[in-house]
Write a protein that binds this ligand. Sequence first.
Ligand SMILES: [Zn+2]
Length: 492
Amino acid sequence: MPLSLGPRVPRRLKATLLATAASVCLVAASAPPAPLGVGDRLFPYLGNPGYDVSSYDLSFTYPGDNSKPLRAVTTIDARTTRRLDRVNLDFAHGRVDSVEVDGRPAAFTTAGEDLVITPENPLPRSSRTRIAVRHTSDPVSPKGRDGGWVRTADGLAMANQADAAHLVFPCNDHPSDKAMFTIHVTAPEGYTAVANGLPAGVARSGGATTWTYRTQHPMATELTQVSIGRSTVLHRTGPHGLPVRDVVPTEDRKALEPWLARTPDQIAWMESKVGPYPFETYGVLVASATTGFELETQTLSLFEKKLFTDTAYPKWYVESVMVHELSHQWFGDSVSPRVWSDLWINEGHATWYEALYAEEKANRSLEARMKAAYSASDRWREAGGPPAMPKPPKPGQKIGIFRANVYDGAALVLYALRQEIGKPAFERLERDWVRAHRDTDATTADFQRLASDVSGRDLSGFFRAWLYGEKTPPMPGRPDWKAAPPSKTAKK
Ligand SMILES: [Zn+2]
């Protein structure tokens, strides 16, 4: 759907409370604007109460220089869940020029990392509303804070997990509010833009091209991907005719092809374990950038080029990392965490299938890996907290909540569960989980309940010990496994 933009009304944030007499009255009559959140224990100010976003329409204009802000329009269709005098969006790294609510100019200001909008008239409960924000999107990271846009050698990519989508565009930045996305990118001649979902049009005008992409399934803001670069899009076919498209720097396409060619078989392998691939397309986005991580952005996972070109990495390792991100499409993307403390479900499963693939395809013993994890588990719990009660991120610390306790530490919980309920029940649980919660979000309690249902046993004691215990419980069926004592110098 083409955007209806209306007249451009440049306006700086500070001046906006004077915008109209009506909004001045409204603001004066209520409490001062304050940052709000949905109550996530790990990120108290992420997300906002009072509405549910149904769709985002994002429009970015890339100037051809990745150190300069993009012009952007973000249009949000939402349904209110209560009467709202103000609407809070998360947005923390760009200039806001104007805001319209249902086609009418609205006053706005900032509070913390929120953009606080005061519509002309309060929005009634259970009503549909459309909020359009004209803004810039700054690809240069704020000081001491990574995430959002990733500047590559030839353009931009995106890495918003866990709390950085609102550095790129105004949104309800929490995985509990998934929505449909349409993404338009306008870039100068010579660039190629690709985003989540399937292509929905290309238009050329005045030396620039506008690409449009649309998701067929709801998506969390943290999983948004936009690639702009001197790229080539390579097409291939996955299981059941699934369109697979990879996005690579044009100069590297030949060198990368042997890796990219592995994807259809990897998808088939994952389908043999957990059931049908959950989305409309998949592919690998290779970025010439140093991120220090790969990321499971929905339908188009982000990888550092170095993973494929650095010959120090063994083949089995590279492929198992590809499977890690692929398996997140089921665990983390299609079924997303209700709150960030549920992260162990994402990373535990992705690590599990990464390790299982390495065992089945390259004889890397899963049991040996789990035994080593068992030995380190008490130390990981001390450093990062128990898997389902991770410690909050420390400001300025790159690793955030992505510590060993939710990777191999959480895969170890799945191994213990398989030991406890047996392989057939475990495999049934995995399939039932992704089927039952497809296209929505789910909690640790949901996982425990399903595991108990599938195994026909009350597993609450098992999960309490394994997910919330300070110490790693004894491994069922492996009485000889020992956890090394936490080191005295481990950082709290
Ligand atoms: Zn992961």
